[in-house]
Design a binder for this molecule. Structure first.
Ligand SMILES: NC(=O)c1ccc[n+]([C@@H]2O[C@H](COP(=O)([O-])OP(=O)(O)OC[C@H]3O[C@@H](n4cnc5c(N)ncnc54)[C@H](OP(=O)(O)O)[C@@H]3O)[C@@H](O)[C@H]2O)c1
Length: 284
């Protein structure tokens, strides 16, 4: 009886598909925040074993999804449409960090960053658009980054990938408007998640720097810059973000989290002043 009531309530709830919902990250927190707002949540990650915290909760439909694979995206989409008949909100949250000086960073690492952060998101967007257009409604949410507001040293590939995503988001918002689809750029500041540990793991596989040996420690610190003790808890970030996304008229840009105001100020500073602060902070 209770299960029946829940099923019928979910039938009228927004269906939200989120990528990158590994436990401890922003995606997982967003999944829980959408569920708390009575959405039907399709939480996805590369491996079901990374979402065991959501496993026994009937609010979540858990699926494996690798944003690098057409096959994986098509499989997930058909499963979701079979179960819910629609996707109301797509949240492109999956992302990878990439740390290292641009002069020596292997091109393969830069490519992988763009593959995940830019083309991965576009793959999902192109897949969900046809059914959103048919229904003349839908929301596409791309998770960018405040680092784009003041691109500094040591994270050039990551920042460039997020800058590309910001630009795509702005264009998509205008191009999809005639079809009733809202496009929202969610721009986190420093939010507690697994991103620092994942970045360190990737960083440990980088070649030894030749030109930048003396900067090694500053470069390595960039991997965990967002993970200080005062970083915004992911649950707090997720609650505010979901409230913004679920508005009838959602904002084009939603930024929240530690350093988000500081980075906005940095954006408006004269370049020489911004460079001065960035050189100081990044020790170069
Ligand atoms: N935390 C911050 O301070 C911060 C600031 C600005 C922007 N962001 C952005 O916020 C988003 C979430 O990051 P987070 O901080 O929560 O980091 P996170 O904990 O490392 O989460 C990243 C998620 O993306 C997934 N992912 C990576 N490659 C993927 C692929 N090919 N297919 C599917 N999923 C993939 C990861 O899966 P695995 O667990 O399998 O690796 C993980 O679930 C990212 O786009 C990130 O750039 C975060």
């Amino acid at each position: 009886m209770e299960a029946c009531a829940r099923e019928s309530a979910l039938a009228s709830s927004p269906v939200v598909l989120i990528t990158g919902c590994t436990e401890g990250g922003i995606g997982s927190a967003l999944a829980r925040a959408f569920a708390a707002e009575k959405c039907a949540v399709v939480a996805t990650s590369r491996s079901l074993s990374s979402m065991t915290n959501l496993k026994d909760d009937p609010h979540f439909f858990l699926l494996e999804l690798d944003v690098l694979s057409d096959e994986s995206v098509n499989h997930v989409l058909s499963k979701v449409l079979e179960r819910f008949g629609r996707i109301d909100i797509l949240v492109n949250n999956a992302g990878v960090h990439c740390v290292g000086p641009l002069a020596e960073l292997p091109l393969s690492a830069i490519q992988r960053t763009f593959d995940t952060n830019v083309y991965g998101g576009m793959r999902l967007i192109q897949a969900v658009i046809p059914q959103m257009v048919c229904r003349k409604m839908g929301k596409i949410v791309n998770v960018g980054s405040v680092t784009v507001m003041a691109p500094g040293p040591w994270a050039g590939a990551y920042t460039a990938s997020k800058a590309a995503l910001h630009a795509l988001t702005d264009t998509l918002r205008l191009e999809l408007r005639p079809f009733g689809i809202d496009v929202i750029n969610v721009v986190p500041g420093a939010v507690r998640s697994n991103i620092g540990n994942s970045a360190l793991a990737t960083y440990s596989r980088m070649p030894e720097w030749k030109l930048y040996k003396q900067y090694e420690s500053a470069i390595c610190q960039r991997a965990t810059l967002s993970q200080g003790s005062k970083s915004t808890p992911a649950d707090e970030f997720a609650r505010k973000t979901v409230a913004a996304i679920l508005k009838k008229n959602p904002p084009a840009w939603f930024s929240y989290g530690r350093y988000s105001i500081l980075m906005r100020i940095m954006y408006y500073l004269p370049i020489f002043v911004r460079d001065f602060f960035l050189r100081l902070a990044m020790k170069c």
